[in-house]
Ligand binder design. Structure first.
Ligand SMILES: [Zn+2]
Length: 88
């Protein structure tokens, strides 16, 4: 009797897994979900000094750090100011 319940449980898990895969319709739904979550991270704009959702930010890679800006103007301004020595 126990084995039967176990089988039923496995079958239900299988159904759940199957329906999940079907509903997404995408091959890499899990990684896509992670990507979505990561895109919702708030990042700091060092020019405006405010936090912005990363998905609407402009990323700028600089050596070993990645900077995020709310707009192109911010990025240019920050880089110019840094050249002058206003920023570290
Ligand atoms: Zn900005």
């Amino acid at each position: 009797m126990k084995a039967l319940l176990l089988l039923l449980f496995i079958y239900l898990c299988y159904l759940l897994f199957k329906s999940r895969k079907k509903s997404s319709g995408k091959k890499f739904d899990l990684s896509e979900d992670i990507k979505k979550t990561a895109d919702d991270i708030m990042v700091f704009d060092p020019c405006c000094k405010i936090y912005y959702p990363r998905k609407s930010c402009i990323a700028f890679k600089n050596k070993d750090e990645i900077l995020y800006f709310c707009c192109k103007e911010c990025k240019n301004k920050f880089l110019e100011d840094r050249k002058k020595g206003d920023f570290k």
